[in-house]
Design a binder for this molecule. Structure first.
Ligand SMILES: [Zn+2]
Length: 188
């Protein structure tokens, strides 16, 4: 398992780790942000991440890797490739996620859920719900970055390549706003 410093350096090299002043999905403001699409646009980067997450769950009998679209599609594929198993993904259907395109899980199937980053755990929970409804056996959740500093509880073991403690401010209390730093909407 590589160190925190190793992965931070990789994320900077790949253009994932951004420093500045960002609006998060929650509406809060933060001084750093990880945009994972640049890593998944580089096959060797995606492969290295996939192998590292697969390594944290090796020997656990994983049969299928599942991720949420869009952020988890390539990640699930690369983790599955490293484990030699199949990859599927869940897609938005109103407030929840469902399997489309003929994908299905069977009762007792050993499943690993993956996601690029966990902030509130919202999309991972929707994926876990798919597994629960199929009565699949969730081995764990593998993520690149745990942005909750280890505080989120998904009810199954979660492992992250990186654990981050990212400050997030209400806009009215944001020191970056007060300092006049231009605001960035990184996913726009
Ligand atoms: Zn701000």
């Amino acid at each position: 398992m590589q160190s925190h410093e190793y992965w931070m350096e990789r994320l900077r090299t790949w253009g994932v780790q951004r420093e500045g002043h960002f609006v998060l999905t929650s509406g809060r403001h933060a001084p750093s942000f990880q945009l994972f699409a640049p890593a998944f646009s580089q096959p060797e980067a995606a492969q290295e991440i996939g192998q590292a997450i697969a390594g944290m769950f090796a020997g656990q009998g994983v049969e299928t890797v599942i991720g949420p679209a869009m952020g988890g599609v390539i990640l699930a594929y690369e983790v599955a490739r490293a484990l030699g198993v199949r990859a599927i993904y869940g897609e938005k259907d109103g407030d929840r996620m469902i399997l489309k395109r003929g994908f299905a899980l069977r009762a007792g199937e050993r499943v690993l859920a993956v996601e690029d980053a966990v902030s509130t755990g919202g999309s991972v929970q929707k994926i876990l719900r798919i597994c629960e409804e199929a009565r699949a056996d969730v081995v764990g959740v593998g993520v690149i970055a745990d942005r909750t500093s280890g505080r989120v509880d998904l009810g199954v073991p979660m492992r992250a390549l990186l654990t981050l403690d990212v400050p997030a401010y209400a806009p009215a209390e944001c020191p970056l706003c007060q300092a006049g730093v231009p605001l960035d909407r990184p996913k726009a």
